[in-house]
Design a protein around this ligand. Structure first.
Ligand code: AMP
Ligand code: ZN
Length: 463
């Protein structure tokens, strides 16, 4: 069976391309995951939603997917743009007076809880950086041997001048990198833009490993080259991350992985737009963030954030506000109520009508995950004269991609035996304006503990 074609925007070429999986029908992807030194905020979660939406879309269209998401538990410095600062894990360990292992375990668990709240399905693999140190050391060795890296006093730097296309992903030139460099460059670097592959550790530092250059720890960028190629091999289909990962993180990853393998490793680079708060990027370090649990404590359904995010194109930045979230929360609850009302309705369209709507849905999601267009289609369907049951069936099917728990208000699954049949019978009686029968059935249902009210959208059920 030929699978439908999917177009995705590739940051590397700055254009939409037809996805051509390396293995027929199977899409394998690597996603940059969290640094587990603090709780994730809804900005991070927006970025983690991108591969989830991608996988749900691909699976809806008939593809299989396999995802790796790394857990960074060492080596991510506080000033990662300029390869300086302290290791975030060590800062957290000091502040919380706990071991780095305890910090990592605690925030990894919290991360998994938080993604579950947003219906972000877990990846198949969650490699932790500290488990792949051996592979990282091998890569660093290979880079030194092939003239792409040099060692000074136990620290190994990547020599960006040795990789002629360095800067291609982020459209940075070596000259621009030089001009953009803030503060005192590290005098040991050949070029201020050279980045650390392996860093010599000070005496008191936790989390160090022996290497042939002495005790040290890996740079953040080499971790993703090591983990992605260890699990997915030297070629895989898609790499995702946030827009702020393009430079230096992914630029460095390309330079490392391609210098080692001698060929292109990632077919498509996808980046999610940033979540902003009052015009500034939501950031753990700046403290201007919300956790999903905080929003939940304020009475919002966590999936209202998902609904909000679906209304913006994944590549654009999105401004977060609680007013916007409140609107999304209302719209989501209303949509669930409608699905509940329509689900027990007997009226259906001919299969062709449903198929036409579904093919429109497939077309928009296959066009670089155009979820705002998909949500517009949802609104169009809701307002349309399509028969209620067909509307409900379509929305429940589309929810495999949207992930909004649209069936949550539908109590059918939890109904006592026989109640669903009585509801359907009552719906038919209502449609035929046989109110006497409808009332009799209402009483019967009440005896079973199911109370029914009639609304413009159909019967609404409370248990
Ligand atoms: P970190 O835990 O800091 O490594 O960040 C995890 C992911 O969240 C990275 O892929 C970032 O690109 C992404 N990220 C950080 N801040 C934001 C933001 N304000 N909006 C969207 N994504 C973000
Ligand atoms: Zn990464």
């Amino acid at each position: 069976m030929k699978l439908p074609s999917v177009r995705l925007y590739n940051t590397f070429t700055r254009s939409k391309e037809d996805l051509q999986p390396l293995r027929e029908g199977v899409v394998r992807l690597y996603s940059c995951g969290p640094t587990v030194y603090r709780y994730v905020h809804v900005g991070n979660l927006r970025t983690f939603m991108l591969p989830d939406l991608l996988r749900r879309t691909l699976e809806y269209l008939g593809y299989e997917t396999e995802q790796v998401m790394n857990i960074t538990d060492v080596g991510h410095l506080t000033d990662d743009s300029f390869d300086r600062g302290e290791d975030k894990m060590l800062v957290a360990a000091r502040l919380e007076n706990r071991s780095t292992e305890e910090i990592a375990a605690h925030y990894t668990d919290a991360f998994l809880d938080d993604i579950r709240k947003l219906n972000i399905r877990p990846a198949e693999h969650y490699p932790r950086a500290t488990q792949f140190i051996g592979r990282m050391l091998e890569l660093v060795d290979t880079l030194i041997e092939s003239g792409h890296a040099y060692e000074i006093d136990g620290t190994v730097y990547y020599d960006i001048a040795s990789f002629p296309t360095y800067g291609k992903l982020s459209r940075n030139s070596t000259a621009k990198l030089m001009a953009g460099h803030r503060g005192e460059p590290d005098p040991r670097k050949r070029h201020p833009g050279d980045f650390t592959l392996w860093k010599s550790a000070g005496e008191k530092r936790l989390q160090t490993w022996p290497s042939r250059w002495g005790q040290g720890f890996p740079g953040w960028h080499i971790e993703c080259s090591a983990m992605s190629m260890s699990i997915l091999g030297e070629r895989f289909d898609i790499h995702t991350g946030g827009a702020d990962n393009v430079f230096p993180h992914h630029e460095a990853e390309i330079a490392q992985s391609e210098a080692v393998t001698g060929h292109r490793v990632v077919s498509v680079w996808m980046h999610g737009g940033l979540l902003m708060l009052s015009g500034a990027r939501m950031a753990k370090s700046a403290g201007n963030f919300f956790r999903i649990t905080e929003l939940e404590e304020q009475g919002f359904d966590p999936l209202a954030f998902r609904y909000l995010a679906l209304q913006a194109k994944y590549r654009t930045s999105l401004n977060f506000s609680t007013e916007g979230l409140a609107g999304a929360d209302r719209a989501l609850r209303q949509l669930r109520d409608r699905v509940a009302g329509w689900s027990s309705h007997p009226d259906q369209e001919a299969a062709r009508v449903g198929e036409e709507w579904d093919s429109r849905f497939r077309a928009v999601i296959a066009d670089d995950l155009d979820l705002p267009a998909a949500m517009a289609l949802v609104a169009e369907l809701v307002r349309s004269p399509v028969a209620p049951r067909t509307k409900a069936d379509l929305l429940v099917s589309w929810d495999r991609v949207l992930g909004l728990d649209l069936q949550r208000s539908v109590p059918e699954r939890a109904l006592p035996p026989g109640a669903a049949e009585l509801l359907a019978e009552r719906e038919r009686a209502r449609a035929a304006r046989d109110f006497e029968t409808a009332d009799r059935l209402r009483e019967k249902l009440a005896e079973m503990g199911v109370s029914v009210t009639d609304t413009a959208e159909g019967q609404r059920i409370k248990r």
